[in-house]
Design a protein around this ligand. Structure first.
Ligand SMILES: [Zn+2]
Length: 243
């Protein structure tokens, strides 16, 4: 147990214990340190004869050492406030966390913005597609209407054409009928003008033969059917002349 009494052991151990106490009871240890340094200074300069005999440099160094301990450990211990230090550390930590949170939020915002832009782009594309479809639909409908109108027009046209054809056919039929009638009439006239019948001297009929009934053939006259008819003669019912 001899090593406990050695300077190399108890001086550093005392210093460590002193600083542990100083950090745990800063106010009390600070006040004790102030009192001790002042007392030690007074003792060294007033009472200690050995110290009084030392050189000026040693005295100045001792004063500086006492001042340093007085200021840093004494005054420092009195001022040191673990709560405020803790508060400061907490505030620093909080600030750091807030900064991190802010960064995260900024990242999130960026991502949201990107998502929104993507959505907007998609929406615009969809609207474009919709508009194109509508245009297509309208064009198709217009085409349909046009086709229907064309069909209607075509039908009307064919109807008019059919009516025209009908009218023309009727006209032609009429013309042909008239032509036929004219032909027949002219044929009849020609026939009548080339067909001969017999007229008696007194009768009002025309005959196929010159000696029909009591007719005197020597007095009968041969005339065309046309002339007989225009002269007011009618056909005989006995010999059957042409009519
Ligand atoms: Zn007759």
């Amino acid at each position: 147990m001899n090593f406990i009494k050695k300077k190399g052991f108890y001086v550093p151990v005392s210093i460590i214990i002193y600083f542990v106490l100083l950090f745990n009871l800063p106010k009390i240890i600070g006040a004790l340190t102030i009192a001790s340094t002042v007392a030690l200074g007074a003792y060294l300069f007033k009472k200690n004869e050995r110290f009084k005999k030392k050189g000026i440099i040693s005295k100045v160094l001792t004063i500086i050492a006492l001042l340093v301990v007085f200021l840093f450990c004494g005054i420092g211990g009195l001022i040191y406030d673990p709560v405020s230090v803790e508060r400061h550390e907490l505030a620093t930590e909080k600030l750091k966390q807030e900064e991190q949170l802010k960064e995260v939020e900024e990242l999130k915002e960026k991502q949201e913005l990107a998502l929104k832009e993507e959505a907007d782009r998609k929406k615009i594309e969809e609207e474009k597609l919709k508009a194109e479809e509508e245009v297509k639909k309208i064009a198709e409908e217009e085409e349909k209407i046009k086709a229907e109108e064309d069909k209607k027009k075509q039908e009307e046209k064919s109807k008019i054409q059919a009516e025209e054809h009908k009218r023309q056919a009727v006209e032609q039929a009429k013309v042909e009928a008239e032509k036929r009638k004219a032909t027949a009439t002219s044929k009849q006239v020609a026939e009548q003008s080339s067909t001969y019948v017999w007229l008696s001297e007194t009768g009002e009929k025309y005959h196929n033969i010159s000696n029909c009934g009591k007719m005197n053939p020597n007095r009968a006259s041969k005339v065309t059917l046309e002339k007989a008819k225009s002269g007011g003669y009618g056909p005989c019912s006995k010999c059957g002349p042409p009519r």
